[in-house]
Ligand binder design. Structure first.
Ligand code: F6P
Length: 567
């Protein structure tokens, strides 16, 4: 039987490969002089404006990318996702995070059953629970209302909610709703993270939400047991029902853990962990902090992009354009990384969330049919808010390696500040950098320019910027819950587009399993050595010697009594 076709075997892929030479002959300095090209390389939906004129691409490149999309059956793949087809074939699952933000009357089927009513029944339960909680009617074991929430979870059960929480914190409407409350996250199994998450909190006024799709993740379950102990040792075992609630697809294990099933909030296996922020994973802790109506606006923002993604023509479709340009940068121009550079401190946790979303989704070595890929898929995502990044790693981006950048700017700041007498407002100062950096990357600075500035000859090589470094710019009208939802969905769909073109399964994550199973072998060894004095056995010489060195030092905790953090 012939092996399934790879996208790299198609004429459309080869046409793009052949086109690279022509692009290498251009410089963004010249491409940017073409006003028609600049105008053509934009897209807008609601308040989201995308300018991709600073990509190393011409309108011909984009046309060729649309042809590649056709060859990859992108339209059909998008439809299959929205239709609930089991496109996550290695786990035999639908991929329906779009159903989590669909309107109440939408019909989205998985296994022939409309999932939208289930989604809304959980959202209704969250709305009711969060109203009771926030009104102070839900009281803890000692009769006090609870004002602090610690959300315990890792990976997709942490990064998306953290991103949204951080983005909402300084939005005036959200901040007003959150007055007097705290939402914290505990993710790492490091006891230092436990200490930081409960520092200065009183169990009497704290609610813990254990968030885990599987309810088996080693880090989350040990952290959950630790926080349970923190509550029980202070308030007694009966306090658990008032101070611990859960979000999971595995309600059986939630009950076995000792959490009241009435206080468990479900989601479903057709929601991937890293795509789960719009399920109870994010909606519950965020509603406890900000109230359900604000979270609903976030969901509506995401839903608006879902509609745009499904219905807009590819020429105007922001996630499609972004996904195709990323494929161009990675697979044809050979740039393996992407920098995510929001000019908004509120978006400081966007890059960590996109790291998981993108790298866990697209970091694959075989096609969806299991055929080894003759091309690289996935990319290395990293980022920091500008201008902090400018004073850190931008040096490399300007004069070292070529890293395509996403610049994200907001027209209206969440927190306007102006000092009378200053040249510009604080936000305009920030945005001056947002507008300047993409041009610095694109145009660079030539030796001739430097000479005309009388720069001494020995410094010319050091001060020269070759330019021709690609970026794209997003301009959002503002940054309220709605736009935060839009931004999230744009990245989710962009990453799916990349995976659909590369022909991989962007919705499984087998690559995380091997490390987990090796850690469990080490855990057994540490237990046997600590408890029974057993020697280290069955490891390679390097690991054996590292383990022996670790075990040679007395442990900082005795193994026969419970010890909790002291800060
Ligand atoms: O890191 C692997 C992973 O399975 C992620 O995909 C997931 O988001 C995370 O672990 C947490 O899993 P869970 O929500 O089941 O605890």
């Amino acid at each position: 039987m012939a092996s399934p076709a790879l996208i790299s075997d198609t004429d459309q892929w080869k046409a793009l490969q052949a086109h690279v030479g022509a692009i290498h002959k251009t410089h963004l300095r010249d491409l940017m002089a073409d006003a028609d090209r600049c105008k053509a390389m934009t897209a807008e939906f609601e308040g989201v404006f995308l300018d991709y004129a600073r990509q190393q691409a011409t309108t011909e490149t984009v046309d060729k990318l649309f042809k590649l999309a056709e060859a990859a059956k992108l339209k059909e793949k998008i439809e299959k996702m929205f239709n609930g087809d089991k496109i996550n074939s290695t786990e035999n699952r639908s991929v329906l995070h779009v159903a989590l933000r669909a309107p109440r009357d939408a019909v989205i089927n998985s296994d022939g059953v409309n999932v939208v009513p289930k989604v809304w029944s959980v959202k209704d339960k969250i709305k009711q629970f969060s109203e009771t909680f926030r009104s102070g009617s839900w009281v803890g074991a000692t009769g006090k209302p609870l004002t602090n929430v610690v959300s315990v979870g890792i990976g997709g059960s942490f990064l998306g909610p953290l991103f949204v929480h951080t983005a909402l914190q300084t939005d005036p409407e959200a901040a007003e709703s959150a007055k007097g409350r705290q939402l914290r996250f505990l993710a790492n199994v490091d006891p230092v993270d436990v200490a930081r998450s409960i520092k200065d909190l009183d169990p009497e006024t704290t609610l813990v939400v254990v968030v885990s799709k599987t309810f088996t993740t080693a880090e989350t379950m040990l952290n959950a047991r630790t926080i349970k102990e923190w509550i029980v040792s202070s308030l007694g075992p009966q306090a658990v029902s008032k101070h611990m609630i859960a979000v999971s697809t595995n309600l059986k294990l939630v009950k076995e853990f000792g959490i009241d099933p009435n206080n468990a909030f479900a989601f479903w296996d057709w929601v991937g962990g890293r795509y789960s922020v719009c399920s109870a994973v994010g909606v519950l802790p965020l509603s406890l902090q900000y109230g359900f109506p604000i979270v609903q606006k976030f969901l509506e923002g995401a839903s608006s992009i879902d509609n745009h993604f499904r219905t807009a023509s590819f020429e105007k479709n922001i996630p499609v354009l972004l996904g195709l340009l990323s494929v161009w940068n990675v697979s044809f121009l050979g740039y393996p990384a992407r920098a995510i550079l929001p000019y908004s401190q509120a978006l400081e946790k966007l890059a960590p969330h996109i790291q998981q979303l993108s790298m866990e989704s697209n970091g694959k070595g075989v096609s969806i049919d299991g055929v080894p890929l003759p091309y690289e898929a996935g990319e290395i995502d990293f980022g920091e808010p500008g201008t902090n990044g400018q004073h850190s790693f931008y040096q490399l981006i300007h004069q070292g390696r070529v890293i395509p950048c996403d610049f994200i700017g907001v027209i209206k700041s969440q927190q306007p500040v102006y000092l009378k007498g200053e040249t510009v407002s604080n936000h305009d100062e920030l945005m001056s950098n947002f507008f300047a950096q993409p041009d610095a990357l694109a145009y660079g600075k030539t030796p001739e320019q430097l000479r005309s500035e009388n720069v001494s000859e020995n410094l010319i090589p050091h001060k020269t910027f070759k330019g021709n470094r690609p970026s794209l710019s997003f301009l959002l009208s503002s940054l309220s819950a709605y736009e935060i939802g839009q931004l999230l969905a744009i990245y989710e769909h962009r990453i799916a587009v990349q995976g659909f073109i590369w022909g991989i399964n962007s919705f499984d994550q087998w690559g995380v399993e091997l490390g987990k199973s090796l850690a469990s072998r080490v855990r057994k060894q540490l237990h046997a050595s600590r408890m029974e004095g057993k020697p280290v056995e069955g490891f390679n010489p390097s690991s054996a010697s590292l383990l022996a060195r670790y075990l040679a030092v007395e442990p900082s905790t005795p193994y026969d009594t419970t010890v909790l953090p002291k800060v």
